[in-house]
Write a protein that binds this ligand. Sequence first.
Ligand code: 5GP
Ligand code: MN
Length: 327
Amino acid sequence: LNLDRLKQREAAVRLIRASRRIAILAHVSPDGDTVGSALALAQGLRQLGKVAQVYSADPLPTNLAFLPGYGEIQVGGSLPPDLDLVVLVDASDMARFGAAYAEAIDRRAGVRVLNVDHHATNRHFGDANMVDTTAAATGEQIHWLLTALNVAIDARIATQLLTAIVTDTRSFRTPSTTPRSLALATQLFEAGAPLNLIVESVYRSRSLTTLRLWGLALERLRCVDGIAWTEVTVEMQQKVGADPSEGDGVIDLIASLHRIEAAALFKETSDGIKVSLRSTDGFDVAAVASRFGGGGHPRAAGCLLSGDLAAAEREVLEYMAQRTAVR
Ligand code: 5GP
Ligand code: MN
């Protein structure tokens, strides 16, 4: 453990100890890591007698409805006036928590900000920044934090944290998975987290419209010089009656194509073109996403482009092609 990381962790513990009313924010397009981590932290802080509430700018994925505390999350609710601390989990910049929350936090001089995240592109925007890029999930960091605060890891917290780890490692398949992730997962399983329920809920939950949308996206799959890509348009969503978030899983499907260096998914949304990137060893997609104002991990990253689909595809794919060429 390096000294900087130790100091960051101590600062995080101090900030929490000194706070009583705490808001915890999940990032936009919420996933199992941000939701599981936020709920576990809220649960643990309440054990310590603090007032803690989870907020999400975006609607929550329904396949996480089995999580203890899921129903208590405030979707789009405004932050209470008398906050001491806001904890932002699992995202590299403030904008990833939604413009409304980012602005609300900026306006409040008295509120302290704790940033808990594992992305290499993290901008250290908090008063304390607990950023650990060796953590496979933010859930691992939350476990460390709760343990340092002497919170008992009960079955609820174990379920929330194991969900964070299982989802962010895609069931321990990502290269970010470490012996520590597996050891912690074992510990959480032993503490009462229902691994089978988690896996069934997360992975056997696709609707007919989702799979039909994926079918349309797969029909348009192209692959040139080791880069595979496809798109999900509003028209495709309308054709099968799917909502925008149902296209998200397509990226992990196309990333399973053999002998590719990188995969890209371009999705039309009301905010612009959402780009999801994945890669194999040696191709840094976080750098590609950063170039277009986004971020993420070296092997999984994303960004949002304004303008039309064709232009976004041209720009991003051209930039990616240059990066393969110089390697
Ligand atoms: P996904 O493609 O699954 O949406 O995201 C992959 C990874 O990149 C996740 O770790 C996610 O947090 C990060 N990411 C996706 N989109 C953005 C973005 O617009 N900005 C930043 N900073 N990170 C992103
Ligand atoms: Mn994460």
